[in-house]
Design a protein around this ligand. Sequence first.
Ligand SMILES: [Zn+2]
Length: 593
Amino acid sequence: MSDFAQTVKEQADIVKVIEGYIRLRKAGAQNYSGLCPFHKEKSPSFSVHAVRQFYHCFGCGVSGDVFSFVGKIENVGFPEAVRIVAGKCGIPLPKREFSSPEEAAEARQRAKLLELNETAAAWFEEQLRGPEGAVAREYLTGRGLTPEGIKTFRIGYAPDSFNALRDRLRGMAGEDLLRLSGLFAWKEQEDGSQGSIYDRFRKRVVFPICNESGRVIAFTARTLETGDKAGAKYINSPETPLYSKGQVLFNLDKAKSSIRKHEFALLVEGQMDCISVYLRGIQNVIATSGTAFTEQQVGLLRRHTAQVVVNFDPDTAGANAAEKSIALLTEEGFNLKLVTLDDGLDPDRFIRERGVEAYMAALRGARRQSDYLIERARQMFPGGSAEQKVKAMNYLLPHIRRLPERLARDQFAADASQKLGIDSAVLREELRQAALKRKDHVESRSTPLTEVERVLLRALAITDPDDERSRRLAVEALAQQPTWFEHLGSYAALQALAQRQAADPMDAVEDQEQRALLAETLLAETKPPAETEVQSAIQEIHERALEHRLRDLRALIAAAERTGDFAELAILTQQKLELDRALRQLQDPGPRQ
Ligand SMILES: [Zn+2]
């Protein structure tokens, strides 16, 4: 680790940094816990050790220091993680260093693309204020947007031109980067080459899409043309090195603090719905941008809350998207409620026409997902004939099976059978079976560590010179009698710790699984073990090593007897006698002097 990284690590508080991504609760004198952002779970098994400054998940086994966490969650390499943590802690960055030329080139490219997007966003805003933007301003006013609202969301206007933005950005970057930015389009030539670039967004109202840190990474643009020339109502930036549609939640950057405060997120379909609701003071609102939820989006959201109120458009497309999102969010252990607005209104129109109070009331009246789905089943298969009931049931069964908790599945099944008026014993049995087992059950890891190994790990991880004697005992035993320890599951971690140079024990163990064993032990630690504790742990391990050897000898003796190798048998029997004696001696050393 470079000096700079070391400095950052010393100054950063891992609890604060991780709290920037997920909710943590105090779980002990030195520990915090929360839902793991790296695997699906409903009860928290992710822990952060405030004193030793590392995290560990008892569910999926990930562990590491502040840089490893940031690297994993932001999906960046070590140098970038160091920079991000430094930024969060307000530590000034030294001149940039990269581990490889490729990495340096990639970082330069990303920085340049961010700069292009930012410049474009500012330029679109400027165009909206200019004379050409009149038509767009009129449209936005008509949709109830105030100048402040427009400023908050940095809404802009792309003028009716093929080269205005291109000319603005040309001096900033080469043609290759401009093509990568997603801001331009071009025609494929007959000879296979790429034609010259032109502005992708023309005569459209432009909404920037930001990443979680609030940087502009893409745009969505609504046409102002009508008739044949209009094209698609909305067009988006294509996938770029900065932007991938399924990996962004619209407005999460602005909504996240409010989501945490209110402990739920309001999920709407369209960006306009989201903007409209947010600007009227309901700030924990995010949008999927008209598609069903993806797993990456679930991952983004999980860091902030496990409760979602879904308010999608009531049309069929909306209901289908809602259903897919419900399915995914349920599987991922979210607690869901659903809102259906009166008269088939979408959130934007509803809140504009009926006001924020009425909308809040609708949110308070959100139905549990089971009620929503049962209602939907009844609408889809009306009439109440036996055949329709079977269809309704078949529609509901997969939803029931998806619920992670047995109790919730039971309740759902009971509600369905009651509300659909199911009296058939066969159907009831099927519902019961659906409630009985979940589709895919996530096993929690069990630890292979024994108590004595924990004592040794804790002793070897000692950093306080006052407790150095406990540590020395363990180090010496490992150095002098390595064979006693060889068969232990944590042997590699024990060795690495015994020989460690690094000040931080977590840095000494490189193997990920071995480090997880150490993390798990240190999280449960209260204080370092006393010398006597270490001594008796070593003795027990010695005993076990002898027993281990004894088992081997018995097998060898049995084999020698079978083959009639009497010379070998004599030697083995002698060894066994000595071993028996050593073991007895160890277990009962007689009166002390
Ligand atoms: Zn995990």
